[in-house]
Design a protein around this ligand. Structure first.
Ligand code: 5CA
Length: 441
């Protein structure tokens, strides 16, 4: 992408409405614009990051055997009356009436709808287990939408729902998501710690929140120092095997959100307890037959008896993750994207767009990158070098290639690492090989 063509309205000044760094940087980097309280438009740069995050989530979900579908944003109130959540959900639910006077709602979550689909289509235990997910916009009329995409009213969620014959099966499905979440967040450069959590309006008695520690986080959390040092599992996980030992490794240490934590009854000594703030990026629930009972999702077991399907649900705050990643990776100049979610991997800075030799080399790098599937943003504007550096640092691409007339005369261009600001000099051939090493695989 050429900077002269890109729609990325960056801001030099900090917008006064933004209280936390991720919100400020998302506005300044031209990633989002507010439409109305808690509702945002995603501009091209922000949308590219969102899509990279979606792709990681999708790959990790598919690796567990979960299947993607897509349910609508608008739902009928009838199903919610059956599960008794229509009244319980209160003012957080956006209620709509259609032209025939029928009660509808903009889905805050999808337990009812998916349970209804499954209730109508599955009959035998042989068709289980199933795990279905979608990545879809949700609406919750939060009392205090704030911090940009962190607590929005309209936000993107990955939610899935597991269906099993019995408790053992449901526990295995829960464990799969537990392990998969550790991997998913670590691929985005995040350390997310699973913590025992309250189940709120979703219900059930087994639940973990995945929390990224950050000073600006909305939740107060308490956990054993050991958890902060633990390494998430690698790519070689076999999701068909028993995952209980991995889950046990993580849950042997104390970790709880403030609703669950009890100061007087805390099992670990005070000096081993870390008290911190955190951002909830995921939340998983096991709730047995809560929804299958009320919505009639029954299945025939091997003895021919009709039994309620055992269920769990598993959420990831997809749009919130963009903010969470920035909260944990930035400096005073701007964002520092991990490669896995960066809108582009490389920013190419032409220091003098009036200089023939600079243009020629930049064009050749840009063409090489584009032809070989390397995500590159080429700052080809006629502008001051200082402004270009500041913009590129602000939007936080992991690498910058800097091409200037002085360097070229001496036979080098520069490669800057955004994270540590280290600059290396390379000749044009070396730089071309480096570009090729960043080909998307
Ligand atoms: N049905 C269950 C799991 S699929 C569910 O709705 N869980 S939840 O309420 O915990 O939401 C899942 C995730 O969505 C949360 O962990 C959080 O990361 C994200 N989320 C929730 N509310 C908001 C919000 N107002 N703005 C941005 N993200 C949110």
């Amino acid at each position: 992408m050429r900077r002269t063509q890109l729609f990325m309205p960056t801001l030099k000044e900090n917008p006064s409405e933004a209280q936390i760094v991720s919100h400020r940087l998302m506005l300044r980097a031209g990633m989002i614009r507010q439409s109305t309280a808690g509702i945002y438009s995603w501009l091209p740069t922000g949308y590219r990051v969102l899509q990279k995050i979606i792709e990681i989530i999708r790959e990790e979900q598919n690796a567990t055997g979960a299947q993607e579908l897509l349910m609508p944003t608008i739902q009928s109130a009838d199903l919610w009356r059956k599960s008794k959540r229509y009244d319980d959900y209160g003012k957080e639910m956006l209620r709509i009436t259609d032209r025939h006077g029928r009660d509808m709602l903009y889905g805050p979550t999808n337990e009812e709808l998916i349970t209804d689909i499954v209730a109508n289509e599955l009959n035998s235990f042989r068709e289980l287990p199933k795990n279905l997910y979608h990545i879809q916009w949700k609406f919750r009329d939060e009392v205090r939408p704030r911090f940009g995409v962190m607590r929005g009213r309209e936000f993107l969620m990955k939610d899935n729902y597991s269906f099993d014959l019995n408790y053992e099966g449901a526990k295995h499905s829960y464990n799969k998501m537990f392990v998969s979440y550790l991997r998913t967040f670590s691929r985005m450069g995040l350390k997310a710690i699973p913590m025992a959590a309250d189940t709120g309006p979703i219900g059930g008695d087994l639940s973990h929140e995945f929390i990224v520690l950050a000073d600006t986080g909305e939740s107060e959390v308490f956990c054993d120092q050991e958890l902060i040092n633990m390494k998430p599992p690698g790519k070689d996980i076999d999701f068909t095997l028993n995952l209980q030992s991995i889950v046990d490794d993580w849950t042997q240490y104390y970790a709880a959100t403030d609703e669950k934590h009890n100061h007087d009854n805390c099992p670990i000594p005070k000096d081993e307890l870390v008290t911190a703030r955190g951002i909830e990026v995921g939340h998983i629930f096991y709730f047995g037959s809560k929804y299958s009972d009320s919505l009639g999702a029954k299945i025939q077991n091997s003895d021919g008896e009709l039994v309620s399907i055992e269920m769990g649900s598993y959420g990831i705050g997809v749009s919130r993750l963009v903010g969470a990643i920035i909260e944990s990776s930035h400096d005073d100049k701007g964002i520092i994207w991990p490669e896995s979610v960066a809108p582009w991997i490389v920013g190419l800075i032409n220091l003098n767009a009036d200089d023939m030799s600079c243009n020629e080399i930049c064009e050749s790098f840009y063409e090489l990158a584009t032809r070989n599937g390397v995500d590159i943003l080429y700052d080809d504007r006629v502008d001051r070098a200082g402004a270009k550096f500041a913009d590129m640092d602000l939007i936080g691409l992991p690498y910058q290639i800097i091409v200037g007339p002085k360097g070229l005369k001496e036979g080098f261009v520069e490669l800057k690492d955004r994270a540590d600001s280290k600059v290396e000099r390379h000749n044009v051939d070396e730089m071309s090989s480096w570009i090729l090493s960043k080909t998307r695989n």
